[in-house]
Design a protein around this ligand. Structure first.
Ligand code: HEC
Ligand code: HEC
Length: 232
């Protein structure tokens, strides 16, 4: 499918929209005077029901994202093992038509706040699934070095600083898990972050854009090769 340049071109959206987005990212309360209807990224739900998430996954998500979110199509993201905060935020952003993707916007339009929380709880409890095969061991090794140690000579920060050495992310900070992420999807996403004009200072995606600044195409390929095959 054709991808738009920036997943968050929406961040160039009017300030009226940016403020609630920021509130959601920082998990603050929506600003006083928020538009009627509230902040589209602030979800209301009770204790998540992972069993209901499993049902939804099997009936709706599985045909693209694989059983239990373990995608075997390199272009479809793995959802298994993803931190729940990140999954909730992305589904809310698709539903609010803020994150581009005609397919996911249509899927998310049928989900309630509770469905989103149930799905996020379910996927976070699933094993990340097997590593993708990498053809090029040297490329992967280069990605591993960058991920774990960065490249101080180029001001390139180690990915592990935020994603953790295991790549499993940090739930309460909205840092995504990247472990065994689908390789083509991972590379596409790195391109999106890298080529985005800017995210208006919104911390989550902006962090990624800044981190990728000193890196070139070969680096991004190496990183995608590594993260897609982190854990056997
Ligand atoms: C028809 C195929 C299809 C179906 C069905 C589908 N998805 Fe997706 N999903 C995609 C594609 C393609 C993307 C990548 C979107 C992009 O960034 O361009 C995606 C992206 C996502 C993402 C973002 C992942 C990330 O790492 O940022 C989440 C979360 C997600 N889908 C959840 C779901 C859930 C939950 C369901 C079921 C309720 C579902 N999807 C059903 C195709 C699908
Ligand atoms: C300063 C903290 C930080 C560093 C360092 C960092 N990331 Fe991220 N990364 C994040 C955050 C936060 C997100 C979630 C962004 C969002 O909300 O869209 C993310 C998202 C991602 C995603 C998208 C996940 C998905 O499922 O769509 C990938 C892939 C990724 N990072 C890879 C990397 C790589 C490779 C590096 C090293 C070059 C790196 N990150 C360094 C904070 C960081």
């Amino acid at each position: 499918m054709k991808r738009t340049v920036a997943r968050l071109l929406w961040l160039a959206a009017p300030l009226a929209l940016a403020a609630p987005v920021l509130a959601a990212v920082t998990q603050a309360r929506p600003p006083a005077g928020a538009p009627p209807g509230g902040n589209p990224l602030e979800l209301k739900y009770s204790t998540p029901n992972a069993a209901h998430g499993a049902q939804l996954s099997a009936s709706v998500c599985q045909k693209c994202h694989g059983p239990a979110g373990v995608s075997t199509d390199a272009g479809y993201p793995r959802l298994a093992g993803q931190v729940p905060d990140y999954t909730r935020f992305q589904l809310a952003a698709f539903r609010a038509k803020l994150r581009p993707s005609p397919v996911m916007q249509a899927v998310a339009s049928h989900l309630s706040d509770q469905d989103i929380a149930d799905l996020a709880a379910y996927f976070s409890a699933q094993a990340v699934g097997p590593a993708w095969k990498t053809q090029d061991a040297a490329l992967r090794a280069r990605g591993e070095a960058l991920f774990l140690r960065g490249d101080p000579a180029r001001n390139a920060i180690a990915c592990a600083v935020c994603h953790g050495q295991s790549g499993r992310g940090v739930d309460h900070l909205g840092v995504a898990s990247v472990t065994n992420q689908a390789p083509k999807y991972a590379l596409d996403v790195l391109h999106e972050f890298k080529n985005a004009p800017g995210f208006g200072g919104i911390p989550q995606p902006e962090a990624m854009r800044i981190v990728l600044r000193p890196l070139g195409e070969d680096d991004l390929r190496a990183l995608a090769a590594y993260i897609s095959s982190m854990t056997p």
